[in-house]
Design a protein around this ligand. Structure first.
Ligand code: ADP
Length: 269
């Protein structure tokens, strides 16, 4: 279980202070797929980066499986981070390394034997269905294939948690669906908890059990997708639904159309 407790973060730039996160509280159950949704600049990246302390919060605690990450020293933290995989919008692959070598990177840092590394990378290539691309370089891959490599690399140390930072934002809709399907399979088959951030309701709809809405650094709503959308009185959710940035699933839209509220409709699918 992951507990984000009272997390606040202020950035200081050019003598100006900017509070990016205000007292965020969120609990993520083991095996869950939780989506954090919000407009650009809302604080989503800062929040997800706070979970593995890539970003150090000024206040609050991150408690994972009973362990307070905010109290760990850098060596302990480096050890704990191995069990938290992270994937990014722009894949972050090393262009001078093949697919195989990119995936092997975290294992090499662990000083495993060459045979063990080969065995593990082959297993990961199978999971992401890229067995035939092992010796290709990233430049010859499509965006979806690059993200599959990044996912395999994130799984190398058998994580219990995957943090996904806009993992499908650079992909077309069909590729997005296939990457989300892969994440769902990984969650289902390997029991890995997933915390993802996105500005697209379609992503939430495709795989998330729970949703947290963040705006201007504040958690404005949390719950299941239908709970969030039925929270029609909330001005931020209203704004999201009207903006078209976060579109609403068709079946849910139909359900809501039966009981329209001022300013909420028509919604974009
Ligand atoms: P999101 O992921 O929702 O787009 P971010 O978490 O990236 O939002 O950013 C939230 C706010 O914090 C933005 O206004 C951003 O400019 C600011 N911010 C993020 N990182 C830094 C930083 N390292 N220094 C200064 N301001 C930052």
């Amino acid at each position: 279980m992951i507990e984000i407790k009272n997390i606040s973060k202020t950035f200081h730039q050019k003598k100006q202070a900017f509070k990016a996160l205000h007292n965020i509280n969120l609990t993520i159950e083991r095996g869950d797929i939780v989506g954090i949704i919000g407009f650009s600049g809302a604080g989503k990246s800062t929040l997800i980066r706070s979970v593995n302390l890539l970003e150090r919060a000024d206040e609050g605690q991150i408690i994972i499986n009973g362990k307070d990450f905010t109290k760990l020293n850098s060596k302990q933290l480096a050890h704990e981070r191995k069990k938290i995989g992270m994937i990014f919008q722009h894949f972050n692959l090393l262009s001078s390394r093949t697919v195989f070598e990119n995936i092997a990177l975290p294992l090499e840092l662990d000083d495993l034997s060459k045979d063990k590394i080969r065995e593990k990378v082959n297993e990961l290539l199978q999971i992401v269905r890229l067995e035939d691309k092992a010796h290709d370089y990233p430049k010859s891959l499509s965006g979806g294939q690059k993200q599959r490599v990044a996912i395999a690399r994130a799984l190398a140390n058998d994580p219990y948690l995957l943090l996904c930072d806009e993992a499908t934002s650079a992909l077309d809709p069909a590729t997005t669906q296939s990457i989300l399907q892969l994440l769902r399979d990984i969650n289902h088959r390997l029991g890995i908890t997933i915390l993802l951030i996105t500005h697209e309701m379609e992503v939430i709809k495709a795989i998330c059990n729970h949703v947290a809405v963040i705006d201007k650094g504040q958690l404005v709503s949390k719950g299941t997708l239908s709970e969030i959308i039925s929270n029609k009185e909330n001005p931020i959710i209203k704004q999201f639904l009207n903006s078209g940035v976060m579109t609403i699933p068709q079946e849910l839209n139909k359900k809501l159309q039966k009981e329209p509220q001022d300013g909420l409709f028509p919604l974009v699918e």
